[in-house]
Design a protein around this ligand. Structure first.
Ligand SMILES: NC(=O)c1ccc[n+]([C@@H]2O[C@H](COP(=O)([O-])OP(=O)(O)OC[C@H]3O[C@@H](n4cnc5c(N)ncnc54)[C@H](OP(=O)(O)O)[C@@H]3O)[C@@H](O)[C@H]2O)c1
Length: 240
């Protein structure tokens, strides 16, 4: 059966760049909510006709299982690689705790990855699965004022990654990438004042989407065949 790499967050930013670079070597399932943007990504990819679009709101956790499972069955395909790049940034001081916003953030950033993994580990797909990369964040391991919801969702994603690496070895490798500040739609919501404070922490300045996509390419390649259960900081030295 034809094998695909499932890429969430493919409609913009880091996900779109990963799609462009990974499309040289893999057939992609491009997933996000904005269909027009996904079509744009598909058109920017190498071998554009080989890739499929899967429109899905990942914050709607209860629908993921049925939607993804049906998508795989209808297209008669399996997912051998999974790159979870979808994410939503929530800046909220603890005193402004908002349960609904926290649930949306955790659903998008971490619970959707768990729900997707459940589908990929079903009988019809399990044997095909080889490699999983989760896009976490530098702030999973670095405290920043007002970032507790986003940071803890990424921390949960990293813990999930480590457990999956053990649970699924030796057949499936699972790693995460922790990007620092990269100029994309997500960072447009960060106030300029906060960006200037953040910049002081970056010996190499802010990054570009290809800096993260290059690490994803490496983790999906055989050059990383002895690596699993690890967090990779790609952050211009911000965590040093
Ligand atoms: N840029 C940075 O500085 C930075 C730093 C550290 C980590 N990251 C992480 O890198 C990843 C990509 O972020 P980015 O910077 O490239 O930002 P972006 O351009 O805003 O991309 C976010 C992606 O997530 C998708 N998404 C968000 N909510 C979704 C939902 N409910 N259902 C399905 N898809 C959803 C978006 O697609 P739709 O809106 O079309 O649904 C979009 O494709 C995120 O996980 C982010 O946390 C980014």
């Amino acid at each position: 059966m034809k094998e695909y790499l499932l890429l969430t967050g493919a409609s913009s930013g880091i996900g779109r760049q990963c799609a462009i670079q990974l499309s040289k070597d893999y057939n992609l399932i491009l997933c996000a909510r904005r269909e027009e943007n996904l079509i744009e990504t598909k058109n920017l990819c190498n071998n554009s006709d080989n890739h499929l679009i899967f429109k899905c709101d990942l914050s709607d956790i209860s629908t993921i299982d049925e939607k993804l499972n049906n998508f795989l069955i209808q297209n008669d395909i399996v997912v051998s690689r999974f790159l979870h790049c979808a994410g939503c940034l929530t800046l909220l001081p603890a005193k402004g705790f908002d349960y609904e916003l926290c649930i949306k953030t955790f659903n998008t950033n971490v619970f959707s990855a768990m729900a997707i993994m459940k589908v990929l580990l079903k009988k019809n797909n399990k044997k095909a699965l080889k490699n999983v990369v989760l896009i976490s964040a530098l702030y999973s391991k670095k405290g920043v004022v007002g970032n507790s919801v986003y940071a803890s969702s990424k921390g949960a994603l990293d813990s999930f990654m480590r457990c999956m690496a053990k649970e699924l070895a030796p057949n499936v490798r699972v790693n995460s990438i922790l990007p620092g500040g990269v100029e994309t739609e997500i960072t447009m919501t960060t106030p300029q004042e906060q960006k200037e404070i953040m910049m002081k922490d970056y010996p190499l300045g802010f990054g570009q989407t290809e800096d993260v996509a290059n690490m994803a390419e490496f983790l999906f390649s055989d050059k990383s065949k002895w690596i699993t259960g690890q967090q990779f900081s790609v952050d211009g030295g911000a965590s040093a």
